[in-house]
Design a protein. Structure first.
Length: 159
């Protein structure tokens, strides 16, 4: 194969070519894909090719998230009633983590954005359920931080 110059880097000689369009690409530009080496323009995924959840997965993950948010909120309310301060934040973080793990498994480990956002939303809703059951708030900013701790716990699962 003859040596050519890269389309994006004119001074760079190469023997590689994009498997989709045939343009020459250098070692700095080439993107390895499951169907061969491509130039950066061809390697970009189309919006329709991104991961989405199947309806079955979305329903299972949603049902699991609703159940976990309700049960987790009740358990968190019981725990909060007996503790004060920073332990509430730690419990909220663990609750968010647990809910996200459950949503992840129910959704068959699909990493689509809908599952990530849903898991974080269910974690925050579980904290709200706990506060509604208790009918009170922690002093200072700890009340708001419990929502953030639950959201962070859920985010860790999908990180």
């Amino acid at each position: 194969m003859p040596t050519t110059t890269c389309t994006r880097h004119p001074g760079e000689e190469t023997r590689l070519a994009c498997s989709a369009c045939g343009d020459p690409v250098c070692h700095r530009c080439v993107v390895a894909t499951p169907v061969g080496q491509k130039c950066p323009r061809c390697a970009r995924q189309a919006h329709g090719a991104r991961a989405r959840g199947k309806p079955r997965q979305l329903v299972k993950a949603g049902a699991a998230g609703i159940a976990a948010a309700a049960a987790g909120g009740v358990l968190l309310a019981i725990f909060i009633r007996g503790t004060r301060g920073w332990f509430t934040l730690i419990a909220s973080g663990f609750l968010g983590y647990g809910i996200a793990r459950l949503v992840d498994r129910a959704g068959e480990r699909n990493r689509a954005t809908a599952f990530r956002v849903g898991a974080i939303a269910f974690a925050v809703v579980s904290v709200e359920v706990a506060w509604l059951l208790l009918g009170r708030a922690l002093p200072g900013g700890l009340h708001v931080l419990t929502y953030l701790a639950a959201a962070y716990g859920a985010w860790v699962v999908y990180r």
